[in-house]
Write a protein that binds this ligand. Structure first.
Ligand SMILES: [Fe+2]
Length: 429
C-alpha cells in the first residue's frame, strides 16, 4: 500500500517533509532521495546557497550585446536579471526588479536603450543600474514627495558581479567566488576553449522550452552516459554513441560539480554494432537509413579527440558541441517541479555560408523537437512524475558503485555521485 498520497501540483505525506526531516538515505551516494526533487524548502535553500551563493552563473554571450546600450533579459537561478552594455563598453548585470515596488521593469528579451524606465511609476535607471530619476521627487506644490534625506545613490538596482571568458558572460552574487578560469577548473577550461576559442561568434537562433522536471535532473542527464546508449536509438543506429566507442565521462577533480560527456564518432555512418550490444538495447533498429546523409556529416574543425562533448558547468550552463552544431543551454529553475531551458545556437563569425547551412541542418539533432533532444525532455518529465506522485522515495545510483567522479565506462553513474557529494556539502544534507 502507498504510505503517502499525492495529487497533481501538491504532495502530502513524506514528500512534504520540512528541511529538518531531510535525512539522506543510509545507502549514501548510491541513492538519491525523492525530496531533493520535490521539496519547496530544498528548492529555496538551493536558490540561496547555490545560485545566489559562491557560483558563476551563465547569463549571456557577448555577441548578443555588442554595442553600447544593448541589453538582454536573463536569469540567475530563478531570479530575473538584465545584462547590459554601458556607454563605456563595460558589462553590467542587475536584478530586473525596480528598487521602488519590485516590478520586473525590463519587458523585452533583447534591445538597445539609453536608460531603463519602470513602467509603473517611471523610476529610471542608467545602463549600470544606478537610479537616475524619481518623478515628483520633491512632491507637488510643496506637498508630498520623498523625504529630504532620500539619496538616489542608496536606491539603485541590485547589482551582481560580472565576468567574461572568451565572450561568455557570467554573473555572481558572491564577492568570494574565484576567477572564472579557476572556477571552471583546468579540465573543463580546456574543452570550454575548444568551443569558445575567443574568436567572434555568430548567433544562429534560439529555442525556449519548459521541461516539467527539477533543474538538477538536467545535470544528471548529462552525467548519465548509460541512458545515452539506451534511450537515444538515433545515436546508436547512426554510430554517434555506441557502448564500446571511445568515450569519456569526466567530472572535475576539484569539486565534481562540472562535467563533460565526450564521445568520438566512428567513421562509418552505419557502424556495425555487435550482436552482444544489440541484445542489451531494446530500442535498437538495424534497418534505419538516412534520406539525407549530409545531416550527419562531421566537418573536422576543432583540435579535440571528441566529435561530441556535452559540458555541464555548475549550476546553470550546458555547452553543446555535437559534431558541428554548437549551443549553450541555460537552465532556469522554475520551482521544484519545473525548469525553463533557453537554448542559444551559434556558429562563428568567419563561417562560410555553407558551414552556417550545415550547422543549422545538423541543429535538428537537438532542440525541443530534434531527433534526440525531445527524448531527454520526455524521460525527465517521466522521472519527475514518478518521484512526485508515488511512494518508494529513493532512486538507485549503483552503476559502477564505489567510483566517484570520472569514469572510463559509459555504464556508470560515478559522475552523478560526484555531483551529489558536492551538493550534499553545500546544502548540509
Ligand atoms: Fe540524453
Amino acid at each position: 500500500m502507498y504510505q503517502s498520497q499525492s495529487v497533481i501540483g501538491q504532495t502530502v505525506g513524506s514528500k512534504d517533509a520540512a528541511l529538518a526531516d531531510c535525512a539522506w538515505p543510509a545507502e549514501g551516494l548510491d541513492a538519491i532521495p525523492d525530496w531533493v526533487y520535490t521539496s519547496q524548502e530544498v528548492y529555496d535553500r538551493e536558490m540561496e546557497r547555490i545560485f545566489h551563493g559562491d557560483t558563476w552563473n551563465y547569463v549571456a554571450l557577448e555577441t548578443e550585446i555588442p554595442n553600447p546600450g544593448d541589453y538582454k533579459r536573463s536569469f540567475v537561478g530563478a531570479t530575473p536579471v538584465v545584462v547590459s552594455r554601458a556607454q563605456d563598453g563595460s558589462l553590467h548585470v542587475f536584478e530586473n526588479r525596480c528598487a521602488h515596488r519590485g516590478a520586473e521593469f525590463c519587458r523585452h528579451s533583447h534591445g538597445n536603450a539609453n536608460e531603463f524606465v519602470c513602467p509603473y511609476h517611471q523610476w529610471s535607471y542608467d545602463l549600470k543600474g544606478n537610479l537616475q530619476g524619481v518623478p515628483f521627487k520633491r512632491g507637488v506644490n510643496k506637498a508630498g514627495g520623498m523625504p529630504r534625506d532620500f539619496r538616489n545613490e542608496d536606491h539603485g538596482l541590485r547589482k551582481l558581479n560580472v565576468t567574461t571568458h572568451h565572450g561568455v558572460v557570467f554573473a555572481s552574487y558572491s564577492d568570494k567566488v574565484e576567477p572564472i578560469e579557476q572556477y571552471l577548473t583546468p579540465e573543463i577550461l580546456e574543452d570550454f576553449n575548444v568551443a569558445f576559442p575567443g574568436k567572434p561568434l555568430k548567433i544562429l537562433g534560439y529555442y525556449r522550452n519548459e521541461v516539467p522536471c527539477n533543474w538538477k535532473m538536467y545535470h544528471e542527464n548529462l552525467k548519465d552516459p548509460y541512458h545515452a546508449t539506451l534511450l537515444h536509438s538515433f545515436l546508436v543506429v547512426f554510430g554517434l554513441l555506441v557502448a564500446g566507442n571511445k568515450s569519456m565521462m569526466l567530472a572535475d577533480s576539484k569539486h565534481g560539480r562540472h562535467g563533460i560527456m565526450g564521445s568520438a564518432k566512428t567513421d562509418d555512418l552505419y557502424a556495425a554494432v555487435s550482436e552482444e550490444t544489440k541484445k542489451e538495447m531494446r530500442s535498437f533498429n538495424d534497418g534505419m537509413r538516412l534520406r539525407d546523409e549530409r545531416f550527419l556529416e562531421f566537418i573536422k574543425e576543432f583540435d579535440s579527440p571528441w566529435s561530441v562533448t556535452m559540458q555541464t558547468v555548475w549550476p546553470n550552463l550546458v555547452v553543446q558541441r555535437e559534431m558541428n552544431t554548437m549551443g549553450v543551454r541555460q537552465i532556469i529553475p522554475n520551482g521544484p517541479n519545473s525548469m525553463i531551458m533557453e537554448w542559444t545556437m551559434f556558429g562563428y563569425a568567419d563561417d562560410t555560408e555553407e558551414m552556417t547551412r550545415h550547422r543549422l541542418r545538423q541543429g535538428n539533432l537537438m532542440g525541443p523537437s530534434g531527433f534526440l533532444g525531445l527524448e531527454d525532455n520526455e524521460a525527465m518529465k517521466f522521472v519527475q512524475e514518478g518521484v512526485r506522485r508515488s511512494s518508494s522515495n529513493v532512486n538507485v545510483i549503483k552503476l559502477d558503485s564505489g567510483k566517484i567522479g570520472t569514469s572510463e565506462s559509459l555504464i556508470s553513474e560515478a559522475a552523478i555521485r560526484a555531483m551529489y557529494q558536492y551538493y550534499r556539502g553545500v546544502m548540509d544534507f
